[in-house]
Write a protein that binds this ligand. Structure first.
Ligand code: ZN
Length: 74
């Protein structure tokens, strides 16, 4: 089943368009595939951002520990 890249509703093939049954978005096959590709890329980038956030959090925690460790030496 095709998914609408805008609202992820069901999209039906009505030659020459994919038409979303939810929001009515109509896309040619090429556009449809391109938008899906872009969405996947965006999703992948968002996941990458999450990972970076996680990494940043860990780094911050480590920094806090370091501060505490160095502070306790005083
Ligand atoms: Zn839609």
């Amino acid at each position: 089943m095709a998914r609408c890249p805008e609202c992820s509703g069901e999209a039906k093939w009505q030659s020459p368009f994919y038409v979303c049954t939810v929001c009515g978005l109509a896309l040619r096959r090429r556009e449809y595939e391109r938008m899906h590709h872009r969405q996947k890329t965006a999703l992948w980038e968002a996941q990458l951002d999450d990972q970076q956030d996680e990494h940043e959090k860990k780094r911050k925690k480590h920094k806090e520990y370091e501060d505490w460790f160095l502070g306790s030496k005083k």
